[in-house]
Design a protein around this ligand. Structure first.
Ligand code: PHE
Ligand code: NA
Length: 452
């Protein structure tokens, strides 16, 4: 069954694995993407559907990915090939590798913005007044041709560096230190933000749903995509991380823990960002620049702001790196096995290709800002759309169906560590029926093919 290759790397401990999976989950998705997507989709109604997607579809598929990885002890393509040789399930693996390229390419652009802000605060903070306000400051920076690429390159360089070093010494170590720090800082900032004048409006925006928003088909697919993106789901990051587990380590607690922590991170980030959005009169639906415009306003209004700014953007950049590492590892693990490359060769080659793929995403805000690819979306938004709206949910559906129907039930229950329990049976039926149908329904409803 499990191909035990004595040369393959493994985690030091179960805790190390959990923190690495959490490091993959917690990233720009919780702060940058969550806040602007929630802002564009009506706040509370979106949050409600998002949390339902996490609980009903997300957690069971996190478990599915961990189970596949741990059993197969292989990368996302190899896992399908070894567990179901000659079967079409492996398409899910190739989709995963493709998603890794697309997501990391645009992720690096936004992570680069974060690194730039970190360096600005290292120098005492950006001169917002001189630039004509924080919106103008961000505008003139991220539309530039050369500087954003420099920071994107630096991000990719660090990410490649960690993957290059390996599973234990690189990935596991870096996550152990950074995750707790980020949690503390986000809590402190949210606490401060809740004292701002806009806090009441923010609470209403986030927690009292405008039910009419539920009639908007776009909200459902936005929530589902955000759930997949935020949990690092549907593209094999968690299969790959699960594959470095020893057979004796138990899974279900880890899956629930990662999903809970990731959701708490997003909610607390919302409590940090939206009071400031309303206090400073910024439009919640103003798009991908939201946190880069809003947070500097908070920091500017505080005596200790520059220190907070420094810490915040350091940790945001670090969280981006730990997620970027998991994206790169999906592709690196695949090419190491497939091409027989060393880890070092694979990380440098794949990292370079992904950096180049990200260049258009960056230029899409400046020189190439008139280019639209999918609908009205610019280059970065189109890459995000393709990966998050299509590849991840589709990949998730394949993974769910694979365990639900491609495995014998007793085998799946044993591999998952659920055993013959009620929880295990519920899990199987969610993977067989509930999750695939929910994903399909959301697809059809949001594209207008189906109206209930
Ligand atoms: N979950 C990460 C975040 O929220 C992004 C990510 C997606 C990482 C898919 C790995 C795989 O930022
Ligand atoms: Na996340």
């Amino acid at each position: 069954m499990s191909t035990s290759n004595p040369m393959r790397e493994q985690w030091n401990s179960r805790l190390g694995f959990m923190l690495a999976a959490l490091g993959s989950a917690v990233g720009l998705g919780n702060i940058w993407r969550f806040s602007y997507v929630a802002g564009e989709n009506g706040g509370a109604a979106f949050l409600l559907i998002y949390l339902i997607c996490i609980a009903l579809i997300g957690v069971p598929i996190v478990m599915a990915e961990f189970t596949i990885g741990k059993r197969a002890q292989s990368d996302v393509v190899g896992a399908f090939q070894s567990l179901a040789p000659g079967k079409p399930w492996v398409i899910g693996g190739f989709l995963g590798v493709a998603s890794a390229f697309i997501i990391l390419a645009f992720y690096g652009v936004v992570a680069g913005w974060s690194i730039y802000y970190f360096l600005q605060y290292l120098g005492g903070g950006p001169d917002l007044a001189g630039a004509g306000g924080s919106e103008a400051f961000f505008g003139s920076f991220h539309t530039g041709a050369v500087f954003p690429l420099l920071w994107q390159f630096l991000f990719m360089f660090i990410t490649v560096g960690i993957v290059f070093v390996g599973v234990k010494k690189g990935i596991e170590k870096s996550n152990k230190l950074l995750m707790p720090l980020l949690a503390i800082l986000v809590l402190i900032l949210a606490g401060y933000s809740m004292t701002l004048d806009g806090a009441g409006e923010a609470m209403a925006f986030l927690f009292s749903p405008d039910w009419s928003a539920l009639a908007d088909p776009g909200v459902y697919i936005a929530a589902l995509s955000q759930a997949f993106f935020s949990l690092s789901l549907g593209m094999g990051a968690l299969i790959t991380y699960g594959s470095y587990l020893k057979q004796k380590e138990k899974l279900p607690g880890a899956a629930a823990g990662v999903a809970t922590m990731d959701s708490l991170f997003a909610i607390v980030a919302g409590l940090m960002i939206f009071p400031a959005v309303f206090t400073f009169g910024i439009e919640p639906g103003s798009g991908p620049g939201l946190v880069f415009v809003v947070l500097p306003e908070i920091f500017d209004s505080l005596a200790v702001g520059p220190i907070f700014g420094l810490l915040f953007f350091f940790l945001l950049s670090a969280a981006a790196v730990s997620s970027g590492v998991s994206l790169l590892e999906v592709a690196v693990a695949y090419f190491m096995r497939q091409m027989n490359w060393s880890r070092k060769t694979a990380s440098v080659i794949i990292g370079s290709i992904i950096f180049v793929l990200g260049i258009p995403a960056s230029l899409g805000f400046g020189a190439w800002s008139t280019v639209t690819i999918i609908g009205e979306n610019g280059i970065l938004d189109s890459m995000d759309f393709l990966a998050s709206y299509i590849f991840l949910p589709l990949g998730g559906m394949i993974i769910a169906l694979f365990i639900g129907w491609g495995w014998k039930k007793s085998d799946a229950l044993q591999a998952s560590d659920f055993g013959e329990t009620t929880l295990g049976t519920i899990w199987i039926w969610i993977l067989r029926i509930v999750a695939p149908l929910a994903i399909l329904a959301i697809f059809l409803y949001s594209t207008g093919i189906w109206t209930p």
